[in-house]
Design a protein around this ligand. Structure first.
Ligand SMILES: [Zn+2]
Length: 405
């Protein structure tokens, strides 16, 4: 019996080591996704909200009522899209009955798509939060991949959508009016979603304009954005379309090692969804087993997949399902652009990478809390850190380890 058990254990460990890596739950291996949604394209949405998001390098989803289209509004919407925001469909006339909404879904999508100059509208927002099975079908069949409702979150878990219809009734936290009105209440949902690992959406109407429905003052709105910003290392702030694409791709994608040699690993990433719509890159976590990958590309050699993060266990980068085989090349240390680092030198870090020359003579392997620091011999090496900033880089003379503070 004992022998039998140990045989099982060794089989299990073989299976584990054979695994090339995994697909991260969210972009850049963030703990959770957050989507800010704004309904009705009120006057302050283009003038206050879009610039406030841009300043913080955030994007959001705005739901537009198609009958409001004009040349001015069309230009505003195109500008928002250029900045990475999503414009979604909020019906044509904003009726309340499901049958009245259903007859407008396609027409409204056409009007917004044509103003944006192509196929841009992928998600829907039910006027008055009206939902029905008939409406789910209509919204799905008219080319939308998801829709936001007005119901409060049922859970904060990653598996928030156990049926396809769940993507057509994405839960949300209302802000202002009868929803959350303090930054503290707003933040409590962020804590829950970080712990749960799921997708959190917020629903705004009025911002910075008293008299608008469920208005949130400019001060509170900025505070809410800055609260999200302070948790950015754990939160993927994106649009509803991108979050849903990512989630659905991840759940059906297949990651496999094709080939492994001294020089590189070749892997494939495929999924079962239509590539014309589901074109969101997934973040892959591939184990480097103590080595370093120098370069990653997908399909053709010029299709570089920039390395997002690397430490002594794994590398993170983005790749497209069905975008061609992915090649990860092991590399020697970069010997160009070397900056000599003596004990306690201060180095300004840009682009998340610094290159230093170690004066250590022994074999050196270095670990920092945040990033990969690996130097196995005298020479130059790349140190990756997760944030631009000023760091003290030194070599501990006793342990011969490079220390970053
Ligand atoms: Zn509305």
């Amino acid at each position: 019996m004992k022998k039998y058990l140990s045989f099982i254990f060794s089989m299990l460990s073989m299976l584990c080591t054979a695994q090339v890596g995994e697909i991260c739950n969210w972009d850049e291996n963030k703990a959770a996704a957050v989507v800010l949604t704004f309904d009705d394209w009120l006057t302050t949405h283009p003038t206050v909200v879009v610039p406030a998001l841009q300043e913080r390098n955030m994007t959001a989803t705005f739901y537009f009522i198609a009958k409001d289209m004009s040349s001015t509004k069309g230009a505003q919407l195109r500008k928002a899209v250029e900045l990475g925001n999503e414009i979604g469909n909020h019906s044509y006339t904003h009726p309340q009955a499901d049958s009245a909404i259903a007859v407008e879904v396609r027409k409204a999508k056409q009007v917004i798509d044509s103003a944006l100059g192509g196929q841009y509208v992928y998600t829907f927002d039910y006027p008055y939060g009206t939902v029905s099975n008939m409406l789910f079908d209509t919204v799905r069949e008219s080319g939308h991949i998801a829709a936001r409702g007005v119901w409060s979150p049922a859970n904060y878990r990653y598996n928030f959508a156990s049926t396809v219809n769940d993507y057509y009734n994405i839960r949300t936290v209302g802000v202002g009016g009868s929803g959350v009105t303090t930054t503290k209440a707003f933040a409590s949902h962020l804590t829950k979603i970080i712990n749960g690992g799921g997708l959190l959406t917020y629903l705004y109407h009025g911002v910075a304009k008293s008299g608008d429905y469920a208005n949130v003052t400019k001060e509170i709105f900025y505070e809410e954005l800055d609260t999200i910003q302070s948790l950015r290392s754990k939160l993927w702030v994106t649009t509803l379309a991108n979050a849903v694409k990512y989630h659905r791709e991840k759940l059906c994608a297949n990651l496999q090692e094709i080939e492994k040699s001294e020089k590189c690993i070749l892997i494939s990433l495929t999924d079962t969804l239509p590539d014309s719509i589901y074109n969101q890159p997934l973040t892959l976590k591939i184990y480097n087993q103590g080595k370093t990958f120098n370069r990653v590309y997908q399909g053709k050699e010029e299709n570089d997949c920039p390395i997002v993060f690397q430490n002594y266990e794994y590398v993170l980068f983005r790749a497209l399902p069905d975008g061609g085989d992915i090649c990860l090349e092991y590399g020697d240390w970069d010997v160009t652009a070397v900056s000599q680092v003596e004990n306690d030198n201060t180095v300004r870090v840009a682009n998340h990478v610094i290159t230093v020359t170690t004066t250590a003579t022994a074999s050196v392997v270095v670990y920092s809390a945040k990033g990969a620091v690996i130097a196995k011999k005298t020479g130059s090496c790349q140190l990756r850190v997760d944030k631009v900033g000023t760091y003290i880089v030194s070599i501990d003379s006793k342990s011969q380890k490079i220390v970053i503070k």
